[in-house]
Design a binder for this molecule. Structure first.
Ligand code: FES
Length: 201
């Protein structure tokens, strides 16, 4: 009966070995394809998803107060972490002053870090409250509170977007102009970890 219907459809019968071979090739291709898609998703930098061009992200005074009270960056969409920095620290203005002009006072400025894409291979880089550092869970790169490289395979500090404060007191971040993070040698903050690491636990 099966032979008869095969003849009628004009198809050659497939023997068991051929069937298994094609099945194995199909399964392997599907597996490799899935892995490639997952890897691309993992590696693809998440640069300001949802934000484009110059975008007001919040009241600058309120952001600074919240960051200081909580001792934590304000994390927002697209990997944005807003941090407070001190422009009066020696060397800070030279390294960061050109692009980060969201300055509230001599000692308080805001800066927009890209913590959504580690400069090593693109993982998101969470904030670790106990160490007061950014710590990448993928391969252990660590960055101080200013996003400056401290340890691990990353080639530099966290990348960052230029920012300024507009006439209405809003922090405006320019998502169209991502700046490469500071070189490994830039360690303006000289901040040791302030407690246990989150990635060693
Ligand atoms: S992706 Fe962050 S250390 Fe590798």
């Amino acid at each position: 009966m099966a032979e008869e219907s095969t003849r009628r459809s004009g198809l050659k019968p497939v023997d068991r070995r051929t069937f298994l071979r094609y099945g194995l090739i199909g399964a392997t291709s599907a597996g490799l394809g899935g892995f490639a898609v997952a890897s691309l998703g993992f590696l693809w930098p998440r640069l300001g998803d949802g934000f484009f061009g110059e975008t007001a992200v919040g009241d600058a005074e309120e952001l600074a107060a919240t960051i200081q009270n909580e001792r934590a960056p304000q994390r927002m969409e697209g990997g944005l972490s807003v941090i407070v920095w001190d422009p009066s620290i020696s060397g800070a203005d030279r390294v960061y002053g050109e692009h980060h002009q969201a300055i509230l006072s001599d000692e308080v400025g805001l800066m927009a870090l890209n913590s959504g894409s580690c400069p090593h291979l693109g993982c998101g880089v969470p904030w670790c409250q106990s160490s007061q550092w950014f710590e990448c869970p993928c391969h252990g790169s660590r960055y101080n509170r200013l996003g400056e490289w401290q340890f691990g395979p990353a080639p530099r500090g966290l990348d960052r977007w230029p920012s300024f404060i507009d006439d209405e007191g809003q922090l405006v971040v320019d998502f169209g102009d991502l700046q490469t993070g500071p070189a490994r040698t830039a360690n303006i903050l000289e901040q040791n970890p302030e407690g246990p690491s989150c990635v060693d636990a």
